[in-house]
Design a protein around this ligand. Structure first.
Ligand code: ADP
Ligand code: MG
Length: 713
């Protein structure tokens, strides 16, 4: 969202300086501006001053603490006091060879290496026989210790003038840590005096500085970090803890507001005597699992109460969420109301519709998507308004203003992470106190569930329907592609169906597409018309058609970019091939793998990788081979990649943390949650001075959904 789209009127003006574009800072010229954008901006939103301030350094180097050549650990920044002892100019005509300078201290010698720099300049910086202080990283090259392009070369006087500690930032191509540091200093100058939103007693107890002081302490560290015992990790300094807590409090406070608002608005009993639910359940071709039964009971208890339901139904792929959703919706129909089920894509909406049909008995179902013909759509809208449709299944199209229900009781939202909190609220507004059930197949670790869905109650389907075959997962090097293709030939002959997922080559969908098309052509060469292709750039109807051909068995190998990721169900598919598996996130691999193993036949997942694999990549793929437990995989994914990635936060606008880290700040998260709940109970209108300050905090961390709610009163 751009600055323009978010009315500045609503934001307390005190924050304006922080939301000004970063490029307005002194020292950012036309050359630097794009680098800043690359580091901190997004296509929708240019980098702002607050983004710079929240780009905290990863650590500090102690400038005056000198190392010795013999003892400096390779790969870590160090400052050395050295004497220049010799020059090694590049051989004439030898191409791009570096200029080398030999230096020494009392403990040994080392070579400084300069590429593409005139010898005269190097010699001026490092006169023969002079004493200089150099900072940089030592590495080993051909067994010899060297330092390529020291980040700083100064003399005694300059050393004396240096700050004791210099912060080290995550730099980007072309933008050095020191340049970022300078900008951060300039940004600090724009810091307004903000009201204190933390409880003073708690601040005092923690010995935490004020917000502005904490930012200053991070960007202009004055004290050297205390030396660490071998192998120990640094405790987070108070300033850093304070900032993390500010962010956690903002997120928990936003969720507490949403939850309170939800609780305050009275609900209606959306469950009747259970006759319809029982009838549908009895007619299902299977018995409910224990987990499904528990979830249905929890949901019906919510529905029957006069509070509004906001419940998350979490269950791995194939755990049977659809049947649970149907029984929830049937409850509302029992009392003469309607239900809506919203899916994130056309394919999924269609699939839900087709699957619900046979299970739904006498219930009147209808599909509503953005692709309906005008006459069809008019009829659907009229029937919804008249109440002659019990359950409508659809996509985002359900949000449109023209969609009016006679009386919507329950809304089910599938695959939550594709939708944001806002949409959840929008759907809830389609009726009077609509009960909302959100379903997600992304296993979410507990800490994350708390931060993202803290405003919801949770039911978990932790049990798979009986009779599912385990999926055998194998790691195969791409060098053995021929064998894999030969294997597919045998599988096809035996009547199997195969998904072939093409690599995530780049961020760009076009590149992904090229890879998929190439593989499609290859496989067609071997298997002819049995091969189909589906990708994200296809028009919707073509996608559906490709999917349907595969579901009907007209094509038996479906080459795909990652569009099959969410929810698609073809029980006959038993082989999943994922190319360049090392490039996918674990959670995504898990989702993809969940597309097979849905029928009674044993399934296989081949993770094709291009070697050599690094240690982490190998560990990740081996994890996939070892377990099918989505929660275990999600925990591991969280550990390896951080929370933002796991949830795909950039797109979804969910809680991504910039200052906090869910691993090291997990204890603070719990405190923030309690603190937030207490504040919302005591001062729901945010009228007290602390309430006013917390309002500023919500804007500072851009908790939009909660802000909107404040605006609505
Ligand atoms: P997901 O949780 O991934 O949405 P679905 O609801 O699509 O899972 O269910 C996956 C498959 O399992 C469907 O074919 C469904 O009919 C079947 N199924 C659901 N519940 C059970 C059960 N209790 N026993 C056997 N099969 C079931
Ligand atoms: Mg599903």
């Amino acid at each position: 969202m751009t600055d323009d789209a978010r009315p500045a009127l609503l934001r307390p003006t005190i924050l304006d300086p922080l939301f000004a574009p970063a490029r307005t800072l002194p020292g950012i010229g036309p050359k630097m501006a794009p680098m800043i954008e690359r580091l901190l901006g997004t296509p929708e939103q240019p980098a702002r001053i607050v983004d710079l301030l929240f780009h905290l350094p990863q650590g500090g180097v102690v400038r005056k603490l000198l190392g010795s050549i013999a003892e400096a650990p390779p790969g870590e920044p160090v400052t050395l006091g050295v004497t220049v002892t010799g020059y090694r100019p590049p051989q004439a005509g030898a191409g791009k060879r570096p200029y080398r300078v030999l230096v020494e201290d009392a403990t040994g010698d080392i070579t400084l290496v300069f590429f593409g720099m005139p010898g005269s300049r190097v010699e001026k910086m490092l006169p023969l026989g002079a004493h200089r202080y150099i900072t940089g990283r030592i590495d080993l090259y051909d067994g010899h210790r060297q330092m390529v392009h020291p980040s700083r070369i100064i003399d005694e006087a300059a050393l004396a003038a240096l700050p004791a500690v210099e912060p080290i930032y995550g730099a980007t191509e072309g933008l050095t840590s020191r340049a970022i540091s300078k900008l951060a200093h300039a940004a600090l100058e724009r810091l307004p005096v903000l009201p204190e939103w933390q409880d003073p007693a708690w601040l005092a107890q923690q010995n935490w500085p004020a917000f502005a002081d904490a930012l200053r302490a991070e960007h202009r560290p004055e004290n050297a970090p205390p030396p660490l015992a071998e192998g120990a990790t640094a405790p987070r300094p108070p300033a850093r803890q304070r900032l993390a807590y500010d962010e956690l409090l903002a997120s928990q406070f936003a969720l507490a507001l949403l939850r309170a608002r939800n609780r305050r608005s009275p609900g209606r009993a959306n469950a009747g005597d259970g006759h319809l639910v029982q009838r549908i359940e009895a007619a299902l071709p299977f018995g409910l699992t224990g987990a499904q039964r528990r979830a249905v009971t929890e949901i019906r208890a919510d529905l029957a109460s006069d509070r509004r339901m906001l419940r998350l139904l979490q269950g791995d792929v194939g755990s049977g969420k659809t049947a649970v959703a149907l029984l929830a919706m049937a409850s509302a129909i029992e009392v003469g109301r309607q239900a809506a089920l919203m899916a994130p894509t056309e394919i999924l909406a269609r699939q839900h519709f087709e699957r619900l049909g046979p299970m739904a008995g006498t219930l009147r179902l209808r599909l509503l998507t953005g692709r309906d013909r005008a006459a069809e759509r008019r009829a659907t809208l009229a029937d919804l308004a008249a109440g002659t449709i019990d359950i409508v299944v659809g996509t985002h199209a359900l949000f449109q203003d023209s969609v009016v229900f006679r009386d919507l009781g329950v809304a089910v939202v599938d695959e939550q992470h594709r939708f944001g909190v806002h949409q959840r609220l929008a759907l809830g507004a389609k009726g009077q106190a609509v009960d909302i059930l959100v379903m997600t197949a992304t296993p979410i670790p507990r800490t994350l569930a708390l931060t993202c869905f803290g405003d919801m109650d949770v039911s978990v389907l932790d049990e798979k329907p009986a009779g599912r075959q385990p999926i055998v997962t194998r790691l195969v090097s791409t060098e053995r592609l021929d064998e894999v293709v030969a294997g597919l030939g045998r599988a096809l002959a035996a009547g199997d169906r195969v998904y072939w997922i093409c690599p995530l080559v780049a961020e760009s969908e076009f590149v992904d597409l090229a890879a998929a098309e190439e593989r499609f052509a290859d496989l067609r060469h071997s298997f002819g018309d049995a091969v189909g292709l589906i990708h994200g750039k296809m028009p919707g109807p073509d996608k559906d058609a490709a999917m349907e051909r595969f579901a009907r068995g007209e094509t038996r190998i479906l080459v795909s970019t990652t569009v099959v990721e969410v929810g698609v169900d073809v029980p006959e598919a038993t082989i999943m091939v994922i190319e360049h598996a090392e490039r996918f996130g674990l959670a995504q691999l898990h989702q993809l793998r969940g597309r097979v193993g849905r029928g009674a036949k044993a399934s296989t997942c081949l993770l094709l990788y291009r070697g050599p694999l690094g240690q982490v990549s190998r560990a990740r793929l081996e994890m996939m081979r070892e377990t099918e437990d989505g929660f275990r995989i999600a925990e591991e994914d969280l550990r390896l990649r951080g929370e933002g990635e796991v949830l795909g936060t950039r797109q979804s606008g969910m809680a991504a943390f910039r200052l906090a880290n869910l691993e090291s700040d997990a204890a603070l998260l719990q405190v923030a949650r309690d603190d937030a709940q207490l504040m919302v109970q005591r001062d729901p209108g945010l009228a007290s001075p602390r309430g006013q300050a917390l309002r500023v905090l919500l804007y500072l961390f851009e908790r939009d959904a909660a802000i909107r709610l404040l605006g609505a009163g």
